[in-house]
Design a protein around this ligand. Sequence first.
Ligand code: FEO
Length: 397
Amino acid sequence: MLGTIEIRQGLYWIGMEDPDLRVFDDLFPTEHGTTYNAYLLKGTDKTVLIDTVEEKFVDEYMDKVRSLVDPATIDYIIVNHTEHDHSGSLAYLLQQAPQATVLCTTAAKNFLVNILRTPVKCQTVKDGDTIDLGGRTLRFVIAPFLHWPDTMFTKLEEDNILFSCDAFAAHYCETGHIFNDEVDDFTSARHFYFDCIFRPFKDKVLAAVEKIRHDVIDMICPSHGPIIRKEPWKVICQFEEWSKPTSQSKKIVLLFLSPHGSTEKMAHAVVRGATRDGLEVISYHINNLSAAELRNLMEEADALLFGIPTFNRDIAKPMWEVLAYLSTVRLKTNIAGVFGSYGWSGEACKMAEERLKGLGFKLVADSVRTTFTPTAEVLEQCEALGKAAADAVAARQ
Ligand code: FEO
């Protein structure tokens, strides 16, 4: 186990390595493992802990704390974000440091009530608030949704060090090395991490970067992966670049499945109805697209139309996956429409309508459904659906 490491005078990494972790949050693959970074700062007057670690490492974490200070002398515990990988050892730490004051956002304070289920001595902070440690100053930058509503950054002003928690981080662990200039290039792991964690919050990333744009930052101390002491702004700019909108033109994206060709015929009619000057209308069979391509198209769309046949009284699995991707991206639209062919029961379109409404979409019309082969009348209804979607996009301009 890697011991404590002094990364600046009086500032120590007291994190844990987890190189064998292969899935994070039960959801995201972690091919390179991860680290849970936490820090201890000894000011002239005050001692501060910044974040804790996953609960399974609590004993090793507490040993590291004790090797540097008596926990009873800790003045502040900064909770930049309350997810379990950073707050998992907090309850144990507070038992050893009952006099310490937790510093966090108002949202984090509310979350801690329900996470710890025990009273906590808590002081909430606002954007720009500072605390003086005796010759060193900590300033708080509220950064909601990076990664939860509770999140903030902490800046050690005199040292130009940003404690960014999940932001500018990566699930990446090269055992025994905690700095980015000691390890292989892990940009692809960082980009994958961004896609998993931050893609739905791109606007929040841009807002947070704007808040720190004029800060001098010599080092980023994130909560996962190597500390960024080489080219920290390059990493911030990567997050910014990955968060920018990719397309300026107006676009309707139609995604369909069509095992017997009927829903595809309906898709062609929807496209005919939607087509007009100044609006790109593109239609894809979803099996021809990768997950990355599907998610990119969703983010570029000004309206999303779905051709969904019924399969065994349900939406077929590949289309359920497409509908699941909707909550993993930063959509710029809430305009949608649904159509599809079925044989005898036809539940899929209604299911999709409910899913879309649950995500806040507004349907441009009732879904167009037909048994088996669409008639000329049904194809006219499909054209009308396409036209309604184009009108809705135009109305947003
Ligand atoms: Fe690393 Fe959102 O927790």
